[in-house]
Ligand binder design. Structure first.
Ligand SMILES: C[S@@+](CC[C@H](N)C(=O)[O-])C[C@H]1O[C@@H](n2cnc3c(N)ncnc32)[C@H](O)[C@@H]1O
Length: 265
């Protein structure tokens, strides 16, 4: 496994800890029963599929799909290590075109995947296609425009955020679009919850919000100077040293049911 991939897996483990209560909320909204067959689109290194296995039990089936081969290898090894590889299988597959028949899953979830895709509508359409009528589709994603860091240098913070939103992700606004997307796809019983995340540790916040990347892009674009970045870092490090560092971001969690009769969209 490459160093980058270890970093990515460590990154996902860090985020998983920070959003653990929302992960569990997605499982609740899936309304799982023993024996259910479920799918996690963009499963990463089995962040959720092992827990899902315990919820559907030995008679259930859990599938995870991801476009990253290293994540899939890691995920399958984790399933073996956890002794659930008879229940859980991970495939190297693009969520744009799922290799499953229509109406075959009791519930399908996806977490922080739409933000990485220009055509998240296609991801949602595929998730709906493979879900049984009456089954729940649950999606959690980020609205990166809500990223907020308490600093005295608000102008610099805002310039970096603008570049981050424009360049780091294929769809930084994924979170705020989810409600509309579920309505437009004709899902029923749509439910929305906000999932705010905050950090009071500067180092963790930098990692979780991919700030190294954002600052690199801002420097390259000439939007901020090295002098401004140094000033921002000094301000944030001071806040951290004094125990006053604070940053926050909003995620959106939606759930909806596939109707029994597909209505024209
Ligand atoms: C931020 S990670 C989240 C992983 C996992 N859902 C979690 O909560 O830890 C996004 C994952 O989605 C995968 N991904 C992105 N676009 C995808 C697509 N079109 N189809 C399948 N996987 C995708 C990435 O490879 C990555 O593993």
């Amino acid at each position: 496994m490459s160093e980058n991939n270890c970093l990515e897996i460590n990154y996902l483990a860090l985020i998983a800890k920070m959003v653990s209560k929302y992960k569990h909320r997605t499982y609740e909204l899936m309304q799982l029963k023993k024996g259910d067959k479920v799918l996690d689109v963009g499963c990463g290194p089995a962040t959720d599929t092992i827990t899902l296995a315990s919820l559907v039990g030995e008679t259930g089936q859990v599938f995870g799909v991801d476009i990253d081969e290293q994540q899939i290898m890691h995920a399958n090894q984790k399933a073996v290590d956890a002794g659930v590889n008879k229940v859980v299988t991970h495939y190297l597959v693009n969520g744009y075109q799922l290799p499953f028949g229509a109406d075959c899953f009791d519930s399908v979830r996806s977490e922080r995947v739409f933000q990485h895709n220009a055509d998240s509508n296609q991801l949602l359409k595929e998730m709906i296609r493979v879900t049984k009528c009456g089954g729940w589709i649950v999606v959690l994603d980020t609205d990166w425009s809500t990223m907020s860091i308490d600093t005295n240098l608000v102008d610099i913070e805002q310039k970096i955020k603008k570049i981050h939103v424009e360049k780091t992700f294929k769809n930084s606004f994924a979170g705020r679009q989810l409600f509309r997307m579920l309505i437009e796809e004709g899902l029923h019983d749509i439910h929305v919850e906000m999932a705010p995340v905050f950090a009071t540790n500067y180092r963790i916040s930098r990692q979780a919000a991919c700030l190294d990347m954002a600052e690199k892009l801002a420097l390259e674009a000439g939007v901020v100077s090295q002098f401004e970045l140094d000033a921002l870092h000094a301000d944030l490090e001071k806040a951290d040293f004094e125990g006053k560092y604070f940053s926050a971001i909003l995620q959106v969690l939606v759930a909806g049911r596939k109707p029994f009769v597909q209505e024209p969209t």
